[in-house]
Design a binder for this molecule. Structure first.
Ligand SMILES: C[S@@+](CC[C@H](N)C(=O)[O-])C[C@H]1O[C@@H](n2cnc3c(N)ncnc32)[C@H](O)[C@@H]1O
Length: 337
């Protein structure tokens, strides 16, 4: 076991060094224990380690709901500025350009990544078909030139893009942005570093600007500076406190939309069997006054998953008292019996 652990560490730290990654220690530890568990050759372990470390793998139109939501949000004829943190090989930068173009809006976007190799590839804008796997033939033809087996982003979509090699922990590029994407970046940072980056982001977003995280990414750190908003069915994040002078009806609408966002985030966690995150998020939602029958039902389910039958019964009892006409409570009663 000792030798295997040493080999796993050698592989993991070699990859971390090669890709210039700064990963959370819990994440590294999870990868190491998974590698130690596997009966594999060194080469096999290398491949698995790369996958587990989520080595910057990205592709065009990843998180399709996000791009559809963005498309609905952008206004024709308007100009936008965006920043993509942890942009990998530029896939999301160009995807955003395609979306803006199809809406008839103009976009300047800067992609930042710690990896020199990836930024070089982003500037080249040449990709394998695998990276285009979410696009149909018409889209591929519209946005790319074919060069042998590869695809190069057409010049028109490269205009207004820029890329920089930088460590996000050294600070953000200057300027104010309508959108800041930080998708699958915070997993690499510890809590203190995440908070620092999120605070910077909150000062760089325009008043009506949005932070965009990866699908299903919710960290408690985010809630310190941001609140979720439901944009055409996707969760985006707005800086807390912006829009305090809205009239009562708007505040009420915002409250309802936030409530729906909480429910949809928790539902997502439950569907993905991420019960710890679901419970954490329910706690936050309750703290902020979002106590709904749906959330409480999810709480019962999550508590049952952890075998906390007593806790589940208590929450179910509270739910019945607070929301006696809520549907589905009798089915849950049978579960906690
Ligand atoms: C998993 S990829 C995400 C790519 C893309 N945003 C997406 O969601 O598909 C994470 C990227 O973050 C970059 N990264 C990690 N730590 C970073 C840091 N401290 N500063 C800048 N980039 C970093 C990695 O090099 C990698 O390309």
């Amino acid at each position: 076991m000792g030798d295997k652990r040493l080999l796993a560490e050698k592989i993991v730290y070699k990859i971390i060094k090669a890709y210039g990654l700064s990963l959370k220690s819990e994440h590294i530890e999870r990868v190491l224990s998974e590698l130690v568990r596997l009966e594999m050759s060194e080469d096999g372990m290398f491949v698995v380690a790369k996958n587990l470390l989520d080595i910057g793998e990205s592709y065009f139109f990843r998180d399709l709901e996000t791009w559809k939501a963005l498309e609905g949000l952008l206004e024709e004829g308007k100009s936008y500025r965006a920043l993509s943190l942890g942009c990998s090989e530029g896939e999301e930068v160009y995807t955003f350009k395609f979306v803006a173009h199809s809406r008839g809006s103009s976009l300047e976007i800067l992609g930042l990544d710690a990896s020199e190799t990836r930024i070089r590839k982003a500037r080249e804008g040449i990709y394998s078909l695998w990276k285009l796997r979410r696009m149909n033939e018409d889209e591929i033809e519209k946005y790319f030139y074919k060069i042998g087996d590869f695809y190069r982003v057409k010049d028109g979509y490269r205009m207004g893009t820029d890329f920089v090699v930088a460590n996000v922990l050294d600070g953000l590029p200057s300027g104010e942005y309508d959108f800041i994407l930080a998708r699958r970046l915070l997993i690499y940072l510890n809590e203190e570093a995440s908070l620092r980056v999120l605070e910077w982001i909150s000062t760089r977003l325009k008043e009506d600007g949005h932070l965009i995280l990866g699908k299903g990414e919710v960290y408690t750190e985010v809630l310190k500076y941001f609140e979720p908003v439901n944009i055409n069915g996707a969760i985006f994040w707005k800086v807390k406190g912006f829009g305090e002078e809205e009239d009562f009806q708007l505040v009420e609408e915002q409250f309802e939309s936030q409530e729906r966002s909480y429910i949809s985030i928790v539902r997502d966690f439950i569907n993905r069997k991420m019960y710890t995150q679901a419970l954490e998020y329910i706690r936050r939602a309750k703290e902020e006054g979002f106590e709904t029958c749906e959330l409480m039902k999810y709480e019962v389910i999550a508590l049952m998953y952890f075998g906390d039958v007593e806790g589940a019964r208590k929450v179910l009892q509270e739910t019945k008292e607070l929301f006696p006409y809520c549907e589905g409570l009798s089915a849950l009663e049978r579960v906690v019996e």
